[in-house]
Design a protein around this ligand. Structure first.
Ligand SMILES: NC(=O)C1=CN([C@@H]2O[C@H](COP(=O)(O)OP(=O)(O)OC[C@H]3O[C@@H](n4cnc5c(N)ncnc54)[C@H](O)[C@@H]3O)[C@@H](O)[C@H]2O)C=CC1
Ligand SMILES: O=C(O)[C@H]1O[C@H](OP(=O)(O)OP(=O)(O)OC[C@H]2O[C@@H](n3ccc(=O)[nH]c3=O)[C@H](O)[C@@H]2O)[C@H](O)[C@@H](O)[C@@H]1O
Length: 454
């Protein structure tokens, strides 16, 4: 097998996973980050994001001598690899950019981190280096990166990443497909070869198609979820059950069972920013992407719909007041299995509930301090929502509990004790997570989304 010297710039969810996984495939990897404290923690073996298997993989690859960490992109691309016969460090052959591309002004993707690293490294790259963009970026970014680099001896490749948070390592090592976009076949093949051992279907294409493919995938998923949330609302109005409806349509292999759970709206660090960014790409191309706009609008409306549901559940009236009503929020992360709070629908709903005058208290299993672990300190508040370290405390005196994240552990709480602690026995389950019969037996009124009994 071909072993390559790979530099990975940015050690977030994508960069650290890419670095550790490529090392596990046998490549020599140096990961760089601008955040000195983060690099120091990584050197001590501390991974400060919740990702199953990542910490172990990092430790294993560091011990095997295939993975190391440096501060700054420049140190990784140039002479960052174990010395050659002349005693000098070797240069990277392939440089991955795994940098943040957050939502910028007006919804466009903010490419400043990518541009800064291109600027920082352009004169340091060895002849023949391939620069691979793994960040999610608008169509045309590969071309602009090549212009910025202004190096005829360096190729730019688009290689979007499709991993999910909470299963990043698994997804990276078991991809549905690898996408490599480049206008130079030789560079594309070099990048595709890095993943050869994974045996995944590989789409070799031009850079623009690869860049668009990433947005097309995320926006399709967002559209699927907005459709399901709208369908759940319709179920409530016509007396149907969304669980049965999605099960039934999911057996159709053209639709599939995945990504059909209604919820408080889709969120996280990617779907919201990517839907907005694609809308901006479409606007710039003079294309009115109504379907995508409706996908976003449906999601925004979903948050208000949850607030209205809580209001009705607590007061019995659609216009009842939530002023000084104590509500316990169960789950604040944008989905289960992660500690990521970026663009969490739970926090957006919390903000709306607070605006309506409610007194909130939140519990999330990923935000509970771990005694003796300085890297998991006490978080006592998130976006103005005070946190407690036990779900019973969230139930204490609450007029309703609102389940916002689908943590499986919520299913097996002592619901009888929870009900006993509450002022009013109401649970609004925005994930249809809990078993309605268990709640009923505990004397609780459970209100889900699009469920027959609600
Ligand atoms: N989080 C996810 O699940 C996925 C994210 N993506 C895309 O991948 C890209 C990265 O996302 P995440 O890994 O989530 O971001 P992140 O925010 O977790 O990590 C980015 C890292 O880059 C570092 N950084 C920023 N500027 C730098 C610079 N000038 N030099 C060196 N390091 C620098 C930051 O300190 C941070 O550690 C984004 O474009 C995102 O849309 C794609 C697929 C999945
Ligand atoms: O580009 C990215 O960053 C990534 O974005 C998403 O991954 P992620 O943000 O980790 O989260 P998802 O699992 O897709 O969930 C997104 C949102 O949809 C919600 N969701 C998901 C599935 C479902 O059935 N119902 C539902 O409400 C989740 O709770 C969450 O708020 C995509 O799934 C990844 O393929 C992609 O690589």
């Amino acid at each position: 097998m071909f072993t390559r010297r790979v530099a990975v710039v940015g050690t977030g969810y994508v960069g650290l996973t890419t670095g550790a996984c490529l090392a596990s495939l046998g490549h020599q990897v140096v990961c760089a980050d601008i955040d000195t404290a983060k690099v120091e923690r990584l050197r001590r073996g501390v991974v400060d994001i919740v990702e199953p298997g990542l910490s172990e993989l990092v430790t294993e690859q560091v011990s095997a001598g295939r993975l190391s960490f440096v501060v700054g992109a420049a140190s990784a691309v140039s002479e960052g690899f174990p010395a050659g016969s002349d005693g000098l460090g070797l240069d990277a052959e392939i440089v991955f950019l795994c940098l943040p591309t957050p939502m910028g002004v007006g919804g466009v993707a903010d490419l400043r981190a990518v541009e800064a690293v291109v600027e920082e490294t352009r004169e340091l790259l060895a002849a023949g280096t391939v620069v691979v963009n793994k960040s999610t970026v608008p169509v045309g970014t590969a071309g602009r990166t090549a212009e910025l680099l202004d190096r005829s001896d360096v190729a730019v490749v688009s290689n979007p990443e499709f991993l999910r948070e909470g299963s990043a390592v698994h997804d990276f090592l078991n991809p549905d497909r690898i996408v490599v976009g480049c206008d130079t076949a030789e560079a594309a093949e070099r990048v595709a070869a890095l993943y050869a051992r994974l045996g995944a279907p590989t789409v070799l294409t031009d850079a623009a198609s690869a860049e668009l493919m990433k947005y097309a995938a995320n926006c399709f998923l967002a559209m699927k979820l907005s459709y399901v949330n709208a369908m759940a609302e319709l179920c409530e109005r016509v007396g149907a059950d969304i669980g049965d409806v999605t099960e039934g349509i999911g057996y159709d292999r053209r639709i599939g069972q995945a990504f059909l759970s209604p919820g408080p709206g889709w969120g996280g660090s990617c779907l919201p920013k990517d839907t907005h960014a694609l809308l901006q790409v479409a606007d710039a191309a003079d294309f009115e992407f109504r379907l995508l706009r409706a996908t976003i609008d449906t999601n925004t409306r979903q948050r208000q719909r949850i607030v209205d549901k809580v209001r009705h559940a607590v007061t019995g009236r659609r216009t009842g007041s939530l002023t000084r009503v104590r509500l316990g929020l169960l789950g604040l992360t944008f989905k289960a299995g992660t500690d990521d709070l970026r663009d969490s629908p739970a926090l957006a709903i919390a903000a709306l509930l607070r605006q309506a005058g409610a007194d909130l208290v939140g519990y999330d299993p990923a935000l509970v301090a771990e005694p003796g672990n300085p890297d998991r300190p006490l978080v006592d508040e998130v976006d103005g929502v005070p946190l407690v370290s036990d779900p019973m405390e969230a139930a204490q005196g609450a007029e309703a509990l609102v389940v916002l994240t689908e943590w499986p552990v919520f299913r097996t709480l002592d619901w009888v004790a929870m009900a006993g602690a509450m002022k009013q026995p109401v649970v609004v389950d925005t994930r249809n997570l809990l078993d309605p019969a268990t709640l009923r037996r505990a004397g609780l009124t459970g209100i889900g989304l699009g469920r027959r009994e609600t």
